[in-house]
Design a protein around this ligand. Sequence first.
Ligand SMILES: NC(=O)c1ccc[n+]([C@@H]2O[C@H](COP(=O)([O-])OP(=O)(O)OC[C@H]3O[C@@H](n4cnc5c(N)ncnc54)[C@H](OP(=O)(O)O)[C@@H]3O)[C@@H](O)[C@H]2O)c1
Length: 342
Amino acid sequence: MTATLHNQQYRLAARPVGLPKASDWQTTSEPVREIGDGEIVVKALYLSLDPAMRGWMNEGKSYIRPVGIGEVMRAGGVGVVVASKSPKFAVGEYVSGGIGVQNFWVGAADDKTANFFKIDPRMAPLTTWLNTLGMPGMTGYFGLLDVGQPKAGETVVVSGAAGAVGQTVGQVAKQLGCKVVGIAGGKDKCDFVVNELGYDACIDYKNGDVREGLKQYCPNGVDVYFDNVGGDILDTVLTRINMKARIVICGAISQYNNTTPVKGPANYLSLLVNRARMEGMVVFDYGARYPEGIAAIAKWMKEGTFKSREDVVDGLDKFPEALLMLFEGKNFGKLVLKVGEA
Ligand SMILES: NC(=O)c1ccc[n+]([C@@H]2O[C@H](COP(=O)([O-])OP(=O)(O)OC[C@H]3O[C@@H](n4cnc5c(N)ncnc54)[C@H](OP(=O)(O)O)[C@@H]3O)[C@@H](O)[C@H]2O)c1
């Protein structure tokens, strides 16, 4: 039944030094095998391209094991079940999970790594399930609420503000009654953050001075900083934090392709002076609470007070170059790769 389906895959060929290049990938192609009891075939429709993929390509200890050389590149995605010998999923149902950079995922319906769950395309477009209702949304939602612990009236600063995680963080903080200031690259992204997402202000770090922007837009200091970028911006925000400020270390995209050691914050003693704390978070720790985060954001979306912007690139063969868009700031919204039709 499935033997006529053809699966193209992107496998990791080499561990990149700096930005990933074409030779770090190998493409393979194989027919989809027949499935046994308890197994399903998921046809990939959209794949999630994430900054974290760069880290998964490195060797070494992290919060998840590295992708092995020769393995299909890890990627979240949404797809449709096209074959099933499991009571868990029926043919035609839409799912989200760890599909990988390929056209078809084949395996046990209850595979713990792929971790598929049903999604409802009537509730929101499929791409939104990779954005505000997906992993980045849950990162922003739980990272802000659990680690950032913002209170109404406090000032929240978010870097990577126009991106997938940033969109959620800022909008959740607005829902809570915080003052929200974004940091993003370029006028278009800053305009979007303020005019569409409802941030109070946005600092264009590519065309302006972050320190001056913080002085102007956060005259009472910063209570919560949600850090998506690390590096110089983290260092600068540290000089403006308030007593008992909370800094959420979500990511450090400015450092992911370094060929020199990661640049740590020189201004960390500001934590001491202000009795502040800096805490890392990994979204996978919140897997069991996804329904709670999805329900909250879906409610706001239904009420029309929460937006979701995705940037869709068409074609599995665009994967290597599309991934680089993240590190050049070329994506405008959550970056997804369209790889199939339902
Ligand atoms: N901890 C977790 O569980 C978890 C989960 C998901 C994501 N994350 C992290 O969250 C961060 C945002 O991820 P995302 O999926 O939402 O990506 P994204 O913001 O949608 O896309 C990446 C953006 O990062 C910005 N950027 C790239 N290079 C930069 C640099 N050198 N300095 C400052 N900004 C730079 C660019 O925006 P501009 O044009 O504005 O520069 C780019 O568009 C990443 O660090 C990611 O690793 C963490």
